[in-house]
Design a protein around this ligand. Structure first.
Ligand SMILES: CC(C)(COP(=O)(O)OP(=O)(O)OC[C@H]1O[C@@H](n2cnc3c(N)ncnc32)[C@H](O)[C@@H]1OP(=O)(O)O)[C@@H](O)C(=O)NCCC(=O)NCCS
Length: 138
């Protein structure tokens, strides 16, 4: 019985995920092949641009924020809309926040709870608030 419920839950999750990805794509989010976005992640569909590569893992509680109202309040002439680019094979741990105008290079891992406020190169493990490179993974 437990197995059947688990399989059913998985199947329902897949259907909901398909609908969620379609919703994101309709809102201009680019999502590569074989990429996993948790239903518990928040992808900014309001403003700005988000490009997510192939084989990316965006886990539960992550926030990808492509705009920034705070900037607008502090600097009225600043552009509150930005861009996020996530390279292929990136893994973003639970509850990480990726702020606008940031790119994460391919194969990099972002630790749980990190605040990514600057570009992260390819093939590194980066953690913390603010995010720092812990080590090279290549
Ligand atoms: C970063 C991570 C991958 C561990 O990598 P690791 O190479 O084994 O790192 P270690 O556990 O040896 O920790 C190395 C240092 O980083 C620190 N650290 C580890 N993860 C951290 C995190 N998420 N945020 C801040 N610091 C972290 C450790 O405290 C340690 O610091 P110290 O050297 O001062 O003691 C892991 O902690 C993590 O965040 N994984 C993501 C898990 C996740 O979100 N999974 C989603 C569901 S599958």
């Amino acid at each position: 019985m437990k197995t059947i419920i688990r399989k059913l839950t998985f199947y329902v999750g897949q259907v909901i995920r398909f609908i969620y990805y379609s919703y994101l794509r309709m809102n201009g989010i680019k999502i590569g092949d074989n990429t996993f976005i948790s239903l518990g992640a928040k992808i900014d569909t309001q403003f700005g641009e988000i490009i997510i590569g192939d084989n990316v893992h965006i886990t539960s509680g992550c926030v990808l924020l492509a705009h920034d109202g705070a900037i607008k309040q502090m600097k009225p002439d600043a552009n509150p809309r930005g861009k996020i680019v996530i390279g292929d094979n990136v893994f973003i741990g639970v509850n990480a926040v990726v702020l606008m105008n940031v790119s994460i290079g391919e194969n990099s891992v972002i630790g749980a709870g990190s605040i990514v406020n600057k570009d992260i190169p390819a093939n590194v493990l980066a953690i913390g608030n603010p995010v720092k490179i812990l080590r090279d993974l290549s």
